[in-house]
Design a protein around this ligand. Structure first.
Ligand code: NDP
Length: 343
């Protein structure tokens, strides 16, 4: 049996990775969670009785804790999904982003170097490292030009991973992940915020209650969205190459937030022929017949918007045989169906 430590297992990617690996008989999972006053184990509650899934206390910002866990467990793989992952808040808490997304990576690399240098290490990189892009689409050769404290923390971690890989011969990599979403996405993230709001509005209309419109930011921002379940499969491929090599995982397509919103209401049963936009910019409003569904709140605009982030996944597809199973519309439908079913 191979032993895999996963951090950030209560989050979207960590929980999907645990599911993905447990479907493989030869893997035992050690799942790191940080202690919180109120547990948030919703995404892993179906795993806690699985004998191949062990929960341990692991706060990645605590170096002694990280060192002890790696010394005691001596894993074959270490997959780091723990992060402060919300770009928008990174201007408010930049130090926390640097500690959680960058210094924590240093603690992990150093402990692996000392206690189990055979361990294969993955840290979750981000398209936000490209930030102020100079070419589109972005591939593995694009320079790092972050535009947010979050992007800067991930770019700094990337350099550490490279230095530890090259200096100590570790199998340590940080693949670039473009946006990926799903039914376990945190509710503060745009896609989930939209699909939760769509489900709520469906219920409000069904119950004859007053409809509270969804409030969002820049409708014309474009994103490259994929399904998180496709990404964990790609990350596992990346960890199992002959030699350590970093790849971009992306859909290679972009859609606007406006298109995401329209699709989400469409999959919830709102007839697109009866839906329409009125106004422009911050005055844009989306209606179904006379019912206001969406309006703009400028507080959701970012202080510095990234330019078009569009990933080029062709290297991952050609060299690793990575295949995406879910397209944009499949993703939106899956999220809307899930949130309506949860009502
Ligand atoms: P989530 O926000 O869903 O999960 C983050 C996880 O990190 C949570 O389990 C959280 O635990 C944990 N965590 C935060 N701080 C600590 C800490 N100090 N010690 C231990 N655990 C901690 O993120 P995703 O699953 O979406 O993303 C996974 C990784 O991929 C992150 O590194 C993210 O930055 C990166 N990424 C994600 C993208 C996306 O589109 N989803 C795009 C590009 C990169 P708790 O539940 O206790 O808060």
């Amino acid at each position: 049996m191979k032993k895999v430590i996963i951090t950030g297992v209560t989050g979207q990617d960590g929980s999907h990775m645990a599911d993905y690996l447990l479907a493989n008989d030869d893997i035992d999972i050690v799942a790191g969670v940080r202690r919180l006053s109120v547990k948030n184990h919703e995404n892993i509650k179906h795993l806690v009785d699985n004998p191949r899934f062990k929960l341990i206390d692991l706060d990645v910002t605590d170096q002694a804790n990280v060192d002890r866990v790696i010394l005691e467990e001596k894993p074959d793989y270490f997959i780091n999904f723990a992060a402060n992952s919300f770009v928008g808040v990174s201007w408010d808490m930049p130090e926390n982003h640097m500690k959680t997304n960058c210094m924590a990576v240093l603690y992990q690399l150093e402990a692996i170097r000392k206690h189990c240098p055979w361990c294969r290490y993955y840290n979750a990189g981000s398209s936000e490292e490209f930030g102020d892009v100079v070419t589109t689409p972005q591939d593995e050769t694009h320079p790092l030009r972050p535009r947010s404290p979050y992007g800067a923390s991930k770019a700094a971690a990337r350099h550490l991973v490279k230095v530890w890989r090259e200096s100590y011969g570790l199998y340590a990599i940080q693949g670039w992940l473009f946006n990926h979403e799903g039914t376990r996405r945190g509710e503060e993230f745009l896609t989930r915020k939209v699909t939760k709001a769509v489900a709520r509005i469906v219920k409000e209309i069904r119950d004859g209650k007053e409809v509270k419109p969804l409030e969002i930011g820049n409708l014309d921002s474009k994103r490259d969205w994929s399904d998180a379940e496709d990404f964990v499969a790609g990350i596992w491929l990346m960890l199992n190459q002959e030699k350590p090599k970093e790849y971009v995982l992306a859909s290679g397509e972009t859609y606007t937030i406006r298109e995401f919103v329209e699709s989400a209401f469409g999959f919830a049963g709102f007839n697109p022929d009866e839906c329409y936009w009125e106004g422009e910019g911050t005055n844009s409003k989306y209606y179904h017949c006379d019912q206001l569904l969406v309006k703009i709140n400028p507080k959701y605009y970012r202080p510095a918007e990234v330019n078009l982030l569009l990933g080029d996944p062709s290297l991952a597809e050609e060299e690793m045989g990575w295949v995406r199973k879910t397209d944009f519309y499949g993703l939106v439908k899956k999220m809307v169906d899930n949130d309506i079913n949860m009502l």
